[in-house]
Design a protein around this ligand. Structure first.
Ligand SMILES: [Zn+2]
Length: 102
């Protein structure tokens, strides 16, 4: 496995272990808690909180896209209604003086 995520504590690069434990890695930052401390790679790469956040972000992006489209449709509908009202008002203005003259 070569797709190592950055260190979950400090964000530094991870280093694969060359010894007998091939499926372990550690942090390359000498000041980090996980420096030279081997961790099983699937555990190293497990980021349940970040994964859940990424899912939530994708869901919110999808909702935002849907709401943006809905907003566009409502504005279009509103513009059509306002145009119909303006056309009706224009006809009424023409009609009203004729009634007043009679
Ligand atoms: Zn680290």
């Amino acid at each position: 496995m070569s797709n190592l995520k950055p260190c979950p504590f400090c964000g530094s690069e991870a280093s694969l272990h060359d010894g007998a434990t091939k499926d372990a890695c550690c942090c390359t930052n000498s000041k980090c808690l996980l420096f030279a401390r081997l961790l099983y790679i699937p555990l190293w790469n497990a980021r349940p909180f970040e994964d859940k956040q990424a899912e939530q972000i994708e869901r919110l992006k999808s909702e935002n896209q849907w709401l943006t489209e809905l907003n566009r449709l409502l504005i279009s509908e509103s513009n059509q209604i306002m145009a119909a009202i303006d056309a009706t008002n224009a006809k009424m203005k023409v009609v009203q003086p004729q009634k007043g003259e009679e």
